[in-house]
Ligand binder design. Sequence first.
Ligand code: HEM
Length: 532
Amino acid sequence: MSNNKKNEQLEQFKTDDHGKKMTTNQGLKISEDEFSLKAGTRGPTLMEDFHFREKMTHFDHERIPERVVHARGYAAHGEFECYESMKEYTKADFLSEKGKKTPVFVRFSTVQGSKGSAELARDVRGFATKFYTDEGNYDLVGNNMPVFFIQDAIKFPDVVHAVKPEPHNEIPQAASAHDTFWDFVANNQESAHHALWLLSDRAIPRSFRMMEGFGVHTFRFVNTEGKGSFVKFHWKPKLGVHSVVWDEAQKINGKNPDFHRQDLYEAIDSGNYPEWELGVQIVPEEDEFKFDFDLLDPTKLIPEEDVPVKIIGKMTLNRNVDNVFAETEQVAFHPGHVVPGIDFTNDPLLQGRLFSYTDTQLIRLGGPNFHELPINRPVCPFFNNQRDGYGRQTINVGQVNYHKNSLANNTPEPALPTEGGFEHYQEKVEGRKVRARSDSFKDHFSQATLFWRSLSDVEKQHAIEALSFELGMCKEKSVRQQVVDMYANVHLDLAQPVARNIGVDVPQEGVTGDGKQSPALSQENSSKLPDT
Ligand code: HEM
């Protein structure tokens, strides 16, 4: 592990208190740590007791806010190895050479529950990877399902409010089985596809080691000639994909709410290192409009039959963290952390994510200097004219902290092929400013139907039972009915048995196209786009 640059960097920050004599934070040796300073053994504590004050104040400030989503998570260190040069498609250095190794840090998470929630909840799992490349940090902030609930980032606060515990009673703590979540789905039917994945066995994985990961959005590879290709990212677990059944999940949650973290920790601790292969689906730019869905729509996947997944490397997790707070909790992932050769598309969900992560981390990690935290530091040098702020650790020397200047030779670097500075992909964009979505995003059910058809009979039965359980927990009959009616558009073999199980009207046929028109949807769909 000695050639892992990130491990070497982290070593400098470690401290081991074994056998050391205790001091205050000012280095003063302390002679007693059990009793506060009092006026007489039975008298009041004295204000003068700096040792007590320091110890208590630090304790009082030990907690930071949990992540607004993905609060419950667990992480490990490892290494990514490139199988073959991807230079034809991307100038990303870490993908440029067969055998090239890059340190990684991966955090797995549930989305909905709080930091202390049980790990076998029916939920999406986060799968976030930080590659510490020689050109800076690249974060692939993915999930274990290939699609997302919404198409536009402006709805993210809504979907998260709907899935989190209901505000009036904070129930349920960690489950999607409640009125507000299913009311959201029925009234925002773009969620139908992802919600079906949530009803499938993928939502109750056997182990983090047995989960796929997906970048979800269509991203862009860019090569040294400036040529772009669309790309979807996949992680494929070497152990295969495995789930538990709902009955097992509930029992495990009761007996061991730490089941997934313990499984990961113990596997790594015993040298049984989990592995995933990284796969890409590459679509040439010329083929952008060859699909019956929009590549920019994050509620859609590219079927692997249409564009096969090309395996390009392998990730091995081989070291547990030394300190969960310092590493797992303080790590800051961001889909906007890219390297030359990897770029964005105009997926409206991705575009909004590019704002949200730094924004939340500014409060979660206490100000603008969290990039200096050991776990977040790139392994390559980093420099700019940003200065000061809460918790600043770097001592920038010299008088120059501005650009342009003639006093210090600190300038940006031109883009490759000369020096390697990042240059945004020069995509041509034009159109009117409109608050609307493209007609090409309107089919909410075809891929959900494809997914339903791809399930085995046993998996279908699990999904029927899952939806019956979930809707059975909803108190409002109108919500139950709306969801069943919506799923009639996906498949009657799903909607009808669920309707019978939960005592609502059994739908006889689905409505094609955009599905049942809730008031919100009809309004939304009436916005026809002018010549964009
Ligand atoms: C975490 C926002 C969609 C994957 C987060 C966090 C926020 C956020 C605020 C907490 C970050 C932190 O405190 O460090 C959003 C917004 C989205 C969105 C606004 C859509 C508009 C997605 C999608 C994926 C995803 C589509 C998967 C492809 C994750 C993961 C984490 C996360 C894995 C946890 C990262 C970690 O382990 O620290 N998201 N998210 N999110 N998000 Fe998203």
